[in-house]
Design a protein around this ligand. Structure first.
Ligand code: NAD
Length: 266
């Protein structure tokens, strides 16, 4: 329980969370795949998740299998080309966070997503911290050069099943973090900073099972923020959260933000 709360207070309702947001001078959000499901991009671990339906896909998402198995790379390029994010549009959840930012409340969006829908919804790219990278760029794993993903995918369309780096011939991969790959320390440092320096930390649409991103909830709590979990299913951080909202993100987040930026009850 947060020190400002009276014992027995009915924490957990959207109205109460909106009050916290209204009083906050800095809010940080951590988003996961669940904020993009309304845009038609399936999550990994929800009931309709990619890994729930195909547990083998998770095992193939390691950097070691990618490097050692050309068939895994061929499959990865095909799956990038056919990814629903290319046709996806931001939804009411992404737009609500952009509204909160425009109202001067949102310090940062730390996202585990790779779809860039926050930026496309109007969030300032300088405030979006992509801890797991972006699928809109490819990167050479040897020389590090980055190429816009559409350029690489056009080579896939033209018949190159595993397009090598045009500079050095090395293996390329989308500029995303696979299991076994280190996070960019500067990017993650910025995320830690944003988690430590906020009054309210919103964990939205994440199963909160992937560290170190999920551990940012504790960074925020340990530095005095309230933790609000907005997720359809239980997470490991529900017990320590100040509030847990299970409503659909696309409905509850706009409600919270409206309540926070306009006077009166949400
Ligand atoms: P996850 O799949 O582990 O968990 C998503 C959670 O969101 C689930 O618990 C699910 O119940 C909940 N959820 C889904 N839709 C919801 C809705 N409309 N309202 C409320 N809750 C909803 O996702 P994660 O924790 O982000 O971890 C998955 C990893 O996979 C991340 O690293 C992420 O980068 C990556 N990923 C990204 C995308 C994307 O960029 N859109 C999509 C799939 C996976």
């Amino acid at each position: 329980m947060h020190p400002d709360d009276t014992p027995g207070a009915a924490a957990g309702s959207a109205g109460r969370v909106a009050e916290w947001l209204r009083a906050a001078s800095a809010v940080t959000a951590l988003t996961g795949a669940g904020i993009s499901t309304d845009s038609g991009i399936p999550d990994f671990r929800g009931p309709q998740g990619v890994w729930t339906k195909d547990p083998q896909a998770a095992a193939l998402s390691t950097i070691d299998t990618y490097l050692s198995d050309p068939e895994v790379r061929r499959r990865a390029w095909r799956s990038r080309r056919d990814h629903p994010a290319w046709a996806a549009e931001p939804n009411t959840g992404h737009r609500a966070l952009a509204d909160l930012e425009r109202a001067g409340r949102l310090r940062a969006v730390i996202t585990q997503n790779i779809d860039e829908l926050h930026q496309r919804a109007g969030s300032d790219p300088a405030r979006v911290i992509e801890v797991h990278g972006t699928m809109r760029w490819a990167q050479c794993l040897t020389c590090g050069i980055r190429t816009p993903m559409p350029e690489v995918l056009s080579r896939v369309d033209a018949g190159e099943e595993d397009p090598a780096c045009l500079s050095c011939g090395g293996i390329q991969k989308s500029a995303t973090i696979s299991f076994g790959q280190a996070l960019d320390p500067d990017v993650f440092g910025a995320a830690v900073h944003a988690a430590r320096e906020c009054d309210v930390f919103l964990a939205i649409g994440s199963s909160l099972t992937v560290d170190p991103a999920a551990g940012l909830c504790l960074e925020a709590l340990n530095h005095g923020a309230r933790l609000v979990v907005i997720n359809a299913e239980p997470t490991p951080y529900d017990e320590v959260a100040d509030a847990v909202l299970r409503e659909p993100i696309g409905e509850v987040l706009p409600l919270l933000v409206r309540g926070a930026v306009t006077p009166g009850p949400p």
